[in-house]
Design a protein around this ligand. Structure first.
Ligand SMILES: *Cc1c(COP(=O)(O)O)cnc(C)c1O
Length: 400
């Protein structure tokens, strides 16, 4: 038996279920099974060539040593410029911290700002990591439920009902993983006002800001009032927009004292994000942007197909998202029924049977706080989507 004595905090979090199911699907694939993988949380496109070339060039030139812990000045300035041009947000270098992905940025925010008995409002269905990070630092995630018929956006009253004297922050994600929910400017203004009324900080995860459909244009909540500008930490990165998940570059923009604390923490933990990834991210932000639109168009085509296919299936209802690359169909009508004699009680049962019998990998909604759904990523080819939807249809037709 292992003698490892872990601390109590690590016991508060579960391994990322998204990564777990992806691994299971990959394993089946490695064993020769033709798996259609809808579990991916990353774009399927290759990183654009201009970005890869920038990294190769800086490597060849010997740019291989430590950089400043909060990132190179050029990249911090490029992020500030990008936020000005794209979102009309005024930041200086001192308002920007470069981290090892947006996930790391969120972790650092929690680590420098939260402690017991702080509470953080998280909108459900939510990205699993939010709950894990908040719990890990000893704060309490407070979950606000939403409804599919409201586009998975909460009402202000539902949010306000969860605010207590310990509420310190609200975390929002627009567009949202896993639902593809998008907020209108009015909805964000309402949240900004509520935050001001209760003296809350806002974390705005804008990682999907460029993957949007039907002409939806996200505004950053930080632009909506002076209070929101001062109290919002804008989190973003290059992973999704530029298909650069493995490069691990994300960033935070906001209050300079918080940014300085995050950089201090990085200086004693990770040190700088990988040097050549920073060069690549700089090229991503400052180089040609045509690949972004090309990927966006492809995602929109796939979304149209997959939403149509899902809503054409008996027993499934699917919200049509205006952003990100996921759909979140309701599969709860199958609960209480059976597939080949095996009972389906919840989203985990449904997704497990679907993977084992139809070789289609999805992520159970329970991983995002709502058991009635599953997450289907369309960051995969249209051919795969067509095949996967055909398999899903055949699968559910055998459920009785
Ligand atoms: C993918 C994702 C991120 C960022 O990931 P990094 O690769 O760490 O930059 C952040 N938030 C959400 C909601 C995501 O889905």
């Amino acid at each position: 038996m292992s003698k490892a004595k872990l601390n109590s905090r690590i016991g508060l979090i579960q391994p990322s279920m998204t990564i777990g199911i992806s691994a299971k699907a990959k394993e089946l694939k490695a064993n020769g099974v033709n798996v259609i993988n809808f579990s991916a949380g990353e774009p399927d496109f290759d990183t654009p060539d201009n970005i890869k070339m920038a990294a190769i060039k800086s490597l060849a030139e010997g740019f291989t040593k430590y950089t400043a812990a909060g990132g190179i000045n050029e990249l911090r300035d490029a992020v500030a410029k990008k936020e000005k041009v794209k979102n009309n947000l005024e930041y200086k270098r001192e308002n920007v911290c470069i981290s090892v992905g947006a996930k790391h940025a969120l972790f650092n925010i929690a680590a420098v700002m939260l402690e017991p008995p702080d509470e953080v409002i998280i909108i459900s269905p939510y990205w699993v990591t939010y709950e894990a990070i908040v719990s890990y630092v000893g704060a309490t995630p407070i979950i606000v439920d939403t409804k599919q018929e409201n586009g998975f956006v909460p009402t202000v009253d539902d949010v306000e009902a969860k605010i207590t004297e310990n509420t310190k922050m609200i975390w929002i994600n627009n567009p949202t993983n896993p639902t593809g929910a998008t907020y209108t400017q009015q909805q964000l203004e309402d949240i900004a006002q509520l935050a001001q009324k209760h003296d809350l900080w806002i974390v705005s995860d804008e990682i999907y800001e460029d993957i949007v459909f039907d002409g939806y244009k996200p505004v950053s909540i930080a632009t909506l009032s002076d209070y929101a500008y001062e109290r919002t930490l804008v989190v973003n990165g290059v992973s999704k927009t530029y298909s650069m998940t493995g490069w691990r570059i994300g960033y935070t923009c906001g209050d300079k004292d918080i940014i300085a604390a995050m950089i201090k923490l990085q200086s004693q933990s990770t040190s700088n994000p990988t040097c050549i990834s920073q060069t690549a991210a700089l090229e991503a932000l400052e180089g040609p942007q045509d690949s972004v639109e090309k990927m966006r168009l492809e995602f929109e085509k796939r979304r149209d197909y997959i939403v149509g296919a899902l809503n054409g299936m008996e027993g499934i209802s699917c919200y049509k998202p205006k952003g990100a690359f996921y759909v979140f169909p309701n599969i709860s009508s199958f609960f209480g029924k059976s597939y080949e004699g095996k009972k389906i009680e919840n989203s985990m049962d449904f997704c497990t049977l679907l993977l084992e019998h139809a070789h289609v990998a999805t992520v159970p909604g329970i991983a995002f706080g709502d058991d009635r759904f599953m997450r289907v990523s369309f960051a995969t080819s249209l051919e795969d989507i067509e095949e996967g939807m055909a398999r899903l249809k055949a699968f559910i037709e055998k459920i009785q």
